[in-house]
Design a protein around this ligand. Structure first.
Ligand SMILES: C/C(=C\CNc1ncnc2c1ncn2[C@@H]1O[C@H](COP(=O)(O)O)[C@@H](O)[C@H]1O)CO
Length: 174
């Protein structure tokens, strides 16, 4: 499978990097390809290193203003003109999406993919990897959206939450 991963570009604590490495190595060992933002920084680098080191393929979708931080040695590296084009291509090249811990960039990517799914523009599975309970707050917020009628479909049909790497890949059938 081509698995798109959204995750932080920041340098993070071992609780996050260890979990990201474990997920990436499993992805690579199972022969999947990583589709990601293409940067060689922070958790994005940890994931790319883990997948490549375990024999997986790397497909980077960078953007012109971040061209300088694109990873050398990816199997494919595409540079888009802007963030909107990049997000469209990240989804286009993926069979499934995993959202790992991240900041506003990750949240932007995740909500766009969920919004497109909500409107039936794609049916690719989306899993939020809830490392160390990082997304407990988001999960609670989404449960409230569902309970109070803000979602036009059951939350479970929009997104799944996984606590670890094995569960995330199982939810994707990967
Ligand atoms: C140039 C520096 C860092 C590089 N920054 C990014 N490189 C590539 N992709 C990025 C970068 N920042 C955001 N993205 C995309 O959003 C997600 C990460 O954002 P977050 O806010 O860190 O969670 C990630 O999935 C990327 O696709 C040094 O300044």
């Amino acid at each position: 499978m081509n698995i798109c991963v959204f995750c932080s570009a920041a340098e993070l604590d071992a609780v996050y990097t260890d979990a990201a490495r474990a997920f990436a190595e499993l992805l690579g060992k199972r022969g999947h390809s990583l589709v990601w933002g293409g940067s060689d920084s922070g958790l994005m680098k940890v994931v790319a290193d883990g997948v490549q080191g375990a024999g997986g393929r790397l497909v980077g979708i960078s953007v012109e203003f971040l061209r300088a931080s694109a990873r050398a040695g990816a199997d494919e590296m595409i540079v888009t003109a802007d963030l909107a084009e990049r997000k469209a291509l990240l989804l286009d090249r993926a069979d499934a999406v995993v959202v790992m811990v991240g900041g506003t960039g990750t949240l932007d990517e995740a909500t766009e993919i969920l919004e497109l799914r909500k409107h039936g523009m794609h049916a690719k599975p989306v899993v939020i990897l809830n490392t160390a309970g990082f997304y407990d707050g988001l999960r609670q917020q989404m449960a409230r959206m569902e309970a109070e009628g803000f979602l036009p479909l059951p939350l479970a049909k929009l997104v799944s939450f996984a606590e670890g790497a094995e569960e995330a890949l199982e939810l994707l059938g990967a």
